[in-house]
Design a protein around this ligand. Structure first.
Ligand SMILES: [Fe+2]
Ligand SMILES: [Fe+2]
Length: 129
């Protein structure tokens, strides 16, 4: 179970989307969860969230865009690979995938996402109304 209050970056739109991602992750982790359906929902929401962050990066000409986007892509590639591994995916690979996703989320959010959030706030980011 991931505690989202430990992952706040200070930009409301990012914190809200991270909270939704964590909620989906925690549902996945729950015993007896419908992995087949939930992994799909998690992956789709992650894609949506990455695109939102990347569009903010372009909008604010964030100097770290390339490396951050590469981080999102590397995550997607590993996630896809694990999902499609023979004997892996939402069956035998369940624990490995959950561990990978939990670790990646925490490290990514507290690392590069936090860095990007600080840049946005310093650049005068204000939520769209
Ligand atoms: Fe993020
Ligand atoms: Fe990110």
């Amino acid at each position: 179970m991931i505690d989202v209050t430990k992952l706040l970056v200070g930009v409301p739109v990012m914190d809200e989307q991270h909270a939704s991602l964590v909620e989906l992750y925690n549902a996945l982790e729950a015993p007896g969860s419908d992995l087949e359906a939930l992994w799909g929902a998690f992956a789709a929401y992650a894609d949506f969230h990455f695109e939102e962050e990347e569009s903010l990066m372009r909008q604010y000409a964030y100097p770290g865009t390339q490396a951050h986007v590469a981080g999102h892509q590397a995550y997607r590639a590993t996630f896809e690979r694990m999902l499609n591994e023979p004997g892996g995916g939402p069956g035998a690979g369940r624990e490995a995938m959950l561990a990978y996703v939990a670790t990646w989320l925490a490290e990514h959010i507290l690392g590069v996402d936090k860095h990007f959030a600080a840049f946005l706030l310093a650049a005068g980011y204000a939520p769209r109304r």
